[in-house]
Ligand binder design. Sequence first.
Ligand code: ADP
Length: 161
Amino acid sequence: MIRAIYPGTFDPLTLGHLDIANRAAILFDEVIVAVYDAPPKNLLFTTQERIAMWRAAVSDSPKISVRAYTGLTVDLAVEADARVLVRGLRALSDFEYEQEMALTNKRLAPDVEAVFMMSSHDYHYLSSSRIKELWMLGKPMREMVPPHVGVALTEKFPPKG
Ligand code: ADP
């Protein structure tokens, strides 16, 4: 039985994130989406909102569960008895950060293996930050988020005029 953790901020959830979680659920027996409670960045959505977005999106996927966490991701992995940390890789710019993080995590928890999944073609340049920026500027990319996330974004950034 291999349990994997897919950690992130998910502010907000995009179809790129969902694609990684669904593909991970094909590979592993269980996938825990771990929503980082207090990252050192300003967030648009609360932890409860980010969790609710995920739960609504994976309600038909029995292998995927969603929870919040604080502290080190590897501590959560050990606590949850998860052997795998899943991360998505987009353009080359993700690589250096992810490599540094993976090597640090390996030192902290040698039994936890990082597995990187290449983003799908359509989502290669998709990020939560870009989604927020475009929504704020009145150019919502609705096709890149689940419908309920689009509704939540429009509540935060109502159309002007
Ligand atoms: P973090 O703050 O941990 O980077 P994010 O919410 O930005 O959290 O991303 C969580 C994970 O999802 C990371 O592994 C990130 O590389 C991956 N990810 C983000 N956007 C995409 C995407 N469009 N396609 C594939 N993976 C993605």
